[in-house]
Design a protein around this ligand. Sequence first.
Ligand code: BMP
Length: 260
Amino acid sequence: DRLLLPYEKRAELATNQIAKQLFNIMATKKTNLCLSVDLTSVTSILDLLEKVGEHICMVKTHVDIIEDFNKDFVTQLKQIADRFNFLILEDRKYADIGHTVSMQYMKGVYKVGEWADCVTAHSLPGDGVLKALNGHMNSVSRGVFLLAEMSSEGNLISPEYKDATVAMAVKYPDLITGFVCQNKDTFKDPGLIQLTPGVQLESSKDSLGQVYNTPEKVILENGADVIVVGRGIVAAKSPETQVVIYKDALWKCYTKRVSG
Ligand code: BMP
């Protein structure tokens, strides 16, 4: 049962290098918190990461919302990530034919493939998406989180779509880091990571369809391994205080889970 195994044991079972690294970072830093820095300026993102970097295992970015994106931002982001030992996930949710995804990943303004440890992708177009991303793996360690479920109300993902997504991933053991999903039954492989967004302590939803659960619910009942928190921390009066509150609450649930 993957839910009872500690992260350091699961690191040994991971076939994707990023999954291995992420499990080990969580075990070492004692945090399973992934911060979603959904901010629109370079300085606001970098300033926040300087303050909270020691408490997170990964940062999740949406670089296409940054107004003043530039190459120097990437350099500084990577420096902070190295210094605090966390990974970078660009939440691009690739969802096109393989050839287009290949260009979106390597070209354009963002050149995501040059700096992101891992990215998110939809299974909707078929496994050409994964073939495209796999083609850029070469000498560097990279990973993909496949979207198997979403947190938003009214999303069109069916149980069949979810199962087919998990089946698709089996053919790419070196590439797949895990799944973005909401339920523990989505997959079984202990070497893969369940990344779960839609977590907040203060509210249960937003005005645009986001649905929030508590740390207890997502970790103990629903099987989350890495937990994505955005506005719960980023929009708080004091993100520095809030990040510790979330980190402690999430880690407590994980230790409770693995102690049976
Ligand atoms: P917040 O905690 O502020 O609601 O942010 C959640 C983040 O996770 C957003 O960046 C969103 O794009 C992402 N996300 C999500 O909320 N639900 C999903 O199913 C998949 C996501 O990537």
